[in-house]
Write a protein of this length. Structure first.
Ligand SMILES: [Zn+2]
Length: 602
């Protein structure tokens, strides 16, 4: 098993469409949350009176790498202002969270876990020499309080215990002190064991639980990968076994698991919370780093290229709480929502639909994805994600020019001072792979470079669009890491208002999407013809998708779900064609805000 290490924001820089995506994010909600959102702007973490728990650490966890990847001086200065304030409130014993000494006993220490993690991210970006001692003292105090029984893990801290290991591993790499192992053991002992919850994952419950909670599960997938070394346990790929069960009973066509907000079964009209998209991506990044296995990188791509852009607006100012794979409308439910435990506006695009966790937490998804483009182990460098980017370290300078996943050709320029082995991960779905024009059936490309060598590598492959079976005798169209949907045209209704002292005004208002075209279709041909129109200024544009698929569909009898007039029925009433074949252009799932992704084939 190969252990891969992450690079820092000083070493990896996004390029091409990925850089543009990060620029859109910085110009949107992520880059402005501290100016407009009370829970970040006036947080107790910085001496204010608003939320003093997960929201500021969540936001910083994405805002910081975003600022450094873009080398944005203003954002870097604003990040430092937050870090300075947070550090200034640390108590002499190491406790850093904004609550009184008396409140510690009842303060859910999930916030300790996430602030420790966020500070390690800050160190990796900034190199701020204050941080290692601060993280050390936070964890030492946490260990002491847990060991003495002053506090115990409960609720979120108990459900997310493994999140602490990002910081534990960071400190342990610098000083191999036994109390860190002690802390690791206490956390595992007191933490939730998700293996015991597996029977509950096979049948959706209409109630809320920590051990079926979709975000907890998304985070948990990396628990063995981040904890096995320090606990001296053998890595057994538990994540893959749990992944298989989750996929069988709650899978979606884009690699998510339904959770609105606890596991919700296989229905295409159940939702998945945005926090889980970001956390599942982060888990897969760690799972690839731990195992080096292609499957985790491919699962990561599925989420990044489909689920993530689909649930955030083109300008990245608004997002959904829950996305559905068959989503014919994003209109508030007048009565009970279709979602099991989420509210009637969870699928609207807005500032904080349903609940504000995703508002703070989605920020980490693209920056950490960009940071996972390359990893290293000894004198070997691997290109994990073949997206446009640049790696520049003391020894190597590597650039990747490509429009992947919208196109499938890649130009690498590699220049080294000392000898390295450079590997390129090849997706399992790549066909007709060529390297510098010569055909190869290699599953991974590997190049040994000698000291001072310069190398240009041109890689290309084909990806064929195919129909993929889904439950309920439905099909999805997939082409490599891109999933395609029948797009539904819509009108947008904007809502500006104020609720509980939080303003929603353009561009961070709420939007309802009201369908104006038919959606009751079945595929009626085997022909799937890829059309590429180039990447625009908005990579996953809902107006001008960079790639579409031409195919044929026929209308069928497909009504509404019982009790709703803005949700399609889980399955059609009949697959009998109602008319002749219509030519249609399928959109990438990530570009289709309203869509039918799972439909029959007749
Ligand atoms: Zn959330």
């Amino acid at each position: 098993m190969n252990r891969w290490n992450f690079y820092t924001t000083n070493e990896i820089k996004p390029a091409g469409w990925l850089k543009r995506q990060l620029e859109i994010q910085a110009a949107g909600l992520s880059g402005n949350l501290d100016k407009i959102w009370p829970d970040v702007r006036d947080s107790a973490w910085i001496g204010g009176s608003k939320e003093g728990w997960e929201r500021v650490p969540y936001w910083l966890d994405g805002f910081i790498p975003l600022a450094y990847l873009l080398e944005d001086k203003d954002m870097i200065a604003r990040a430092k202002k937050y870090i300075d304030a947070i550090l200034s409130y640390q108590k002499p014993d190491g406790w850093i969270c904004p609550c009184s000494d008396e409140e510690r006993k009842t303060y859910d220490t999930w916030a300790v876990q996430i602030i420790a993690k966020t500070l390690t991210v800050y160190y990796q970006c900034s190199g701020d020499e204050r941080i290692p001692d601060v993280v050390y003292s936070i964890l030492k105090n946490y260990r002491d309080m847990l060991k003495n029984g002053d506090i115990v893990l409960y609720d979120w801290g108990k459900a997310r215990w493994f999140e602490t290991f990002i910081a534990i591993n960071f400190v342990y790499a610098r000083c191999k002190e036994d109390w860190l192992v002690d802390l690791a053991k206490i956390l595992k002992e007191q933490g939730l064991d998700y293996n015991e919850a597996v029977p509950l994952w096979k049948r959706p419950l209409n109630r809320w639980r920590f051990d079926t909670h979709i975000v907890n599960i998304a985070m948990m997938l990396k628990s063995e990968a981040v904890s096995c070394d320090i606990l001296k346990e053998e890595y057994t790929d538990t994540a893959d076994k749990l992944h298989a069960i989750l996929e069988e009973y709650n899978g979606t066509p884009v690699g998510l698991f339904t959770g609105d907000e606890c596991l919700s079964g296989l229905s295409p009209i159940q939702g998945t919370e945005l926090c889980s998209v970001a956390e599942q991506m982060y888990s897969y990044e760690h799972l690839f780093a731990c195992t080096g296995e292609n499957k985790w990188a491919e699962r990561l791509e599925m989420l990044a290229f489909n689920a993530l852009p689909a649930t955030i607006s083109d300008d990245m100012w608004t997002h959904q709480y829950d996305q559905m794979s068959n989503q014919i409308a994003c209109v508030a439910f007048p009565g009970k929502a279709i979602f099991r435990t989420n509210g009637s506006e969870s699928h609207l695009f807005g500032l904080e639909p349903n609940f504000g966790c995703c508002t703070a937490n989605f920020n980490q998804a693209w920056p950490k994805f960009a940071l996972s483009a390359f990893m290293h182990s000894g004198d070997t460098v691997i290109n994990v994600l073949p997206v446009p980017s640049e790696l520049k370290t003391k020894n190597e300078h590597i650039t990747v020019e490509t429009n992947y996943p919208f196109e499938n050709s890649f130009k690498y320029n590699v220049e080294v001072n000392e000898a390295i082995t450079f590997k390129i991960r090849v997706p399992s779905f790549a066909e007709n792979l060529t390297v510098n024009g010569e055909a190869t059936d290699a599953k991974e490309l590997s190049f040994d470079l000698i000291a001072g060598e310069k190398l240009e590598i041109n890689v290309a492959f084909d990806v064929k669009p195919t129909f993929v079976d889904r439950p309920h005798e439905l099909k999805t169209v997939r082409c490599g890491s891109l999933v395609f949907s029948v797009p539904v045209k819509y009108e947008t209704k904007m809502h500006e208002y104020e609720k509980d002292g939080v303003e929603r005004k353009f561009p961070y208002c709420d939007y309802e999407l009201i369908p104006v075209s038919d959606w009751n279709y079945a595929y009626s041909t085997d022909e799937l013809e890829i059309r590429r129109s180039g990447v625009t200024d908005v990579p996953f544009s809902s107006k001008n998708p960079p790639v579409t698929i031409k195919t044929g569909v026929k209308k069928i009898n497909w009504g509404f779900e019982d009790g709703y007039d803005t949700v399609c029925a889980k399955v059609p009433e009949s697959t009998q064609a109602l008319g002749s074949e219509e030519e249609i252009l399928l959109y990438p799932y990530g570009c289709a805000k309203l869509r039918m992704t799972e439909i029959p084939k007749i």
